[in-house]
Design a protein. Structure first.
Length: 361
């Protein structure tokens, strides 16, 4: 855990949430969340140079030495519109109330900055030991359905199980989804979950009906190993490969993501007759689209493309054709294709072989 370079004897400063969980699990944590039980803006601004203040949430960013650290006031929240962002109820509430706005017991642990004591109001320590994800109250998924995807993410990341009652609450919610929800957060959680490239996440997402949060249309999970296909194609952030077959129109997709899906829709009806068809189709689209074809349509041409065809390139260029007295025209593309078709069958062809071949055309 990051050591704070401050002197504070208030006993009201706590590490909270993921950072405490990760330390207890012996894992690295990326961001450190710190709360002050009371008004953090008043109490923490003196720790260094104030960089930013947000009075609506009672947060303050302070530069201490070379580092910028965020301090939050404890706050309680309510969900007047289930599925949307909560509203702040009280800033500077008791730590206990701040803890109860959180998602799972293992994310509701606090650790005193002063004494290093762990404060556990919800049974998080026991659940952490037992490898269990448990919500803090029965309305948890109704208030915030993104927690269903967060549960999948954490359970895959840590190898944890959903506690029985929590699983029932998930099932109940998935049978009665309120689609009026904040999809920006759903997208963020989908990305974080499926960028783990986990086959287990894939199977559970479809088998448990979690996919219905995005699109109610029924879907049958193909019996393929997505994680393996993602690896052989070499997709770095594969989330869209896992979920791109759903109707994602409700998520705000970037131009690149839209292109991946559009190319996939165009490709999905295609059957390939030969290596040339495979090469032409896959070499002009993103790796995500190639992997999607492998997962949702047919793995065989993708394996063939990756293992044998992908790195084959013709050596001749327009300059070679010009030197041979062929004037630039549409014919160039036809010649390049003819040479490529030949080279895919004879990958050892040298540049001279290619020229000899094109002269026979
Ligand atoms: P990660 O390691 O994936 O970043 P994290 O637990 O640190 O996991 P954050 O999304 O950074 O996750 O959230 C920090 C803390 O805020 C969580 O540990 C949890 O206590 C709380 N939190 C985050 N998202 C929610 C949510 N949707 N509902 C309730 N509490 C949440």
């Amino acid at each position: 855990m990051k050591k704070l370079n401050i002197v504070d004897n208030s006993g009201k400063l706590f590490y909270i949430g993921g950072v405490v969980r990760d330390e207890l699990l012996g894992r690295a944590s990326f961001d450190v969340d710190i709360v002050y039980e009371g008004n953090a803006i008043e109490h923490c601004s003196g720790f260094g140079k104030v960089v930013r203040v947000n009075p609506d949430f009672g947060t303050v960013r302070v530069k201490i030495g070379a580092e910028e650290i965020d301090f939050a006031s404890t706050r309680s929240e309510t969900y007047p519109r289930p599925g949307h962002l909560p509203v702040v109820d009280k800033i500077g509430c008791p730590l206990k109330d701040d803890v109860f706005r959180r998602d799972f017991t293992l994310n509701a642990l606090a650790k005193s900055v002063m004494t290093a004591e762990i404060i556990d109001y919800t049974g998080g320590l026991e659940d952490l030991k037992a490898g269990v994800l448990r919500v803090l109250h029965d309305r948890s998924f109704i208030d915030d359905p993104t927690r269903i995807i967060r549960a999948l993410k954490f359970s895959v990341r840590f190898g944890f199980k959903l506690e029985e009652h929590t699983r029932k609450l998930q099932e109940e919610y998935l049978q009665n989804i309120n689609y009026d929800m904040c999809y920006k957060r759903i997208k963020k959680e989908l990305m974080e979950t499926f960028n783990l490239n986990s086959q287990e996440a894939f199977e559970r997402f479809y088998d448990e009906g979690i996919y219905k949060l995005v699109s109610p249309r029924g879907i049958v999970r193909p019996a393929v190993n997505v994680s393996e296909i993602v690896n052989i194609v070499g997709v770095r952030n594969p989330w869209i490969v896992y979920v791109g077959v759903l109707d994602l129109s409700i998520l705000e997709l970037t131009k690149i993501e839209q292109r991946i899906l559009k190319d996939f829709m165009e490709l999905r009806g295609q059957k390939f007759e030969n290596d040339f068809d495979i090469y032409k189709a896959f070499s002009s689209v993103a790796p995500e689209t190639v992997a999607m074809y492998g997962v949702w349509v047919d793995k065989a041409p993708v394996s063939r493309y990756v293992a044998t065809l992908k790195d084959i390139k013709i050596s001749i260029t327009g300059e070679d054709l010009l030197a041979l007295g062929i004037k630039p025209s549409k014919q160039y593309a036809e010649i390049f294709d003819a040479v490529l078709r030949e080279k895919l069958q004879h990958p050892d062809m040298t540049r001279d072989d290619e020229i000899r071949f094109l002269l026979t055309l």
